[in-house]
Design a protein around this ligand. Structure first.
Ligand code: ATP
Ligand code: MN
Length: 445
């Protein structure tokens, strides 16, 4: 391969992002830096569309108007990394109503003639192919929109929770024993001992609700499930919330307020991204309170409206969720409360009738977004519950101990960020909602 001389950045620095080049800057000299999204050569006229993390602007080179050197230099390929110095000119047919007339161009890096995926936005390449070339793929305008929305989700969650007296915690991701039993854990070597990657922040957030009263964390959890669905990953980013001096009813309330507020923020701050994804009429601010149905009511509806039978104590199948997700009243956000105690983890509080539990899921149509509930805060009751689930209370000794130190009644919830982003952006596959997804089949990039 011929070694091509690349330009040096030297003392050039980006003066503006593309989105900041507005008509007020007409006639000003600016420096843009980014990648070639598209280019056209019409003989005496050349165009380059330069993109950066916020969007794109058009560079226009007319023979005779720009210098001979610049005109020659404008031989670029898709996704070349370039810098452009030039003057801003108003031109209503160009993106943002602006074009740049360059006085100098630097080519900082090149690409092969044929890129592995389409970067012009004309077609969407196969998802696996895109994931194999993810750093390139993430530069697409579609991915920019998805991750702008994801960023706003994370910002909006923090904003809302800080305004409501929550403390952000950080809990260990390497743990010595299982959270909810030995299943679904990735074992690792911790020096000469076995340890695990955490599957949830559950036990730590409960402990910290007895310290900071209202706590949250947004952090990775690891699920060693060999499920190849469009809604499961092996590494997930979860919002965990726990509140002391509270029960399930308080969580139902704060969670629906959070969702309402975050979607408001998305619509206020990221409407362009929503429009790009054609979600502006679908991702609307949901009315609160959300509809609440008990597990038994849901089984009845599934039977009556969808003709499917689920026995009490069974999980609701994907088929049943998909069917009920089409029934009016169940297409948006709704709660399913009071699940059978038999299918809930040991730390969940049984209801007055212990056949039921003080637990809930939040659904978005057919998709589960969160699980939560009131927790057991009495040490003896918790120890008994552990053993009733066939777990060894000795393995939980360090956790159980904290319950002897004045643990308040508490409740909480866990929300899968990628599930929510999938829904908010109208994506087909959860792998599109994370930068580098981990699945049973994918460990790189
Ligand atoms: P599901 O029944 O859908 O497999 P779950 O009930 O096992 O989920 P929880 O333990 O309740 O999941 O986890 C809390 C939240 O984290 C879920 O409501 C979901 O939004 C998200 N979540 C759980 N497992 C996964 C996964 N493997 N991939 C993506 N998101 C997940
Ligand atoms: Mn769940």
């Amino acid at each position: 391969m011929l070694l091509i001389m690349l330009d040096e950045m030297a003392d050039w620095r980006k003066t503006h992002y593309t989105r900041d080049i507005t008509p007020e800057l007409v006639n000003q000299e600016i420096v843009l830096a980014g990648w070639v999204r598209n280019f056209r050569d019409l003989g005496g006229l050349k165009f380059i569309s330069i993109q950066d993390k916020y969007g794109e602007r058009q560079i226009t080179m007319k023979k005779g108007v720009v210098s001979e050197e610049v005109f020659e230099k404008a031989k670029v390929g898709y996704q070349y990394c370039i810098m452009v110095k030039g003057k801003v000119k108003a031109f209503d047919k160009a993106p943002g109503g602006i074009e740049i007339i360059p006085s100098e161009i630097k080519i900082l890096n090149q690409t092969p003639e044929k890129l592995p995926i389409d970067m012009t936005g004309e077609t969407i390449s196969d998802l696996d192919l895109r994931l194999n070339n993810r750093a390139l793929d993430l530069r697409s305008l579609r991915n920019q929109a998805i991750f702008e929305i994801r960023g706003e989700v994370l910002r909006g969650i923090r904003k809302f929770l800080f305004a409501n007296d929550f403390t952000e915690m950080t809990t260990p991701k390497i743990i010595g024993s299982a959270t909810e039993g030995g299943t679904e854990l990735f074992p690792i070597m911790y020096f000469d001992r076995e340890a695990f990657l955490t599957q949830s922040a559950q036990l730590y957030k409960e402990q910290l609700s007895g310290v900071y009263e209202r706590v949250f964390e947004i952090s990775p959890c690891f699920r060693a499930e060999k499920s190849r669905t469009k809604r499961h990953l092996c590494e997930i980013f979860v919002l965990d919330i726990e509140m002391g001096f509270a029960d399930m009813s308080d969580i139902l309330k704060i969670l629906e307020e959070l969702i309402h507020n975050v979607i408001k923020d998305i619509r206020n701050n990221k409407m362009d991204a929503l429009k790009f994804l054609k979600m502006e009429d679908k991702t609307t601010v949901p009315e609160i309170p959300f509809p609440r149905y008990t597990y038994e009511e849901i089984l009845e509806t599934i039977e009556k409206k969808c003709g499917l039978t689920i026995e009490f104590g069974e999980d609701i199948s994907t088929e049943a969720y998909r069917a009920i997700g089409k029934v009016p009243g169940y297409t948006g956000y709704y709660y399913i409360t009071h699940w059978p105690m038999s299918i809930k983890p040991f730390y969940i509080m049984p209801s007055k009738d212990p056949k039921y539990s003080e637990s809930f899921d939040l659904q978005m149509g057919w998709l589960e977004l969160t699980s939560g509930g009131t927790r057991v805060h009495n040490k003896e009751q918790l120890t008994a519950a552990l053993e009733a689930k066939g777990l060894n209370s000795e393995a939980f000794e360090s956790h159980l101990k904290t319950f002897a130190f004045g643990m308040p009644p508490h409740a909480g919830v866990g929300l899968g960020i990628a599930r929510w982003v999938t829904f908010l952006c109208g994506l087909e596959d959860i792998r599109e909602a994370v930068m580098y997804p981990r699945t049973p089949d994918r460990l790189t990039p």
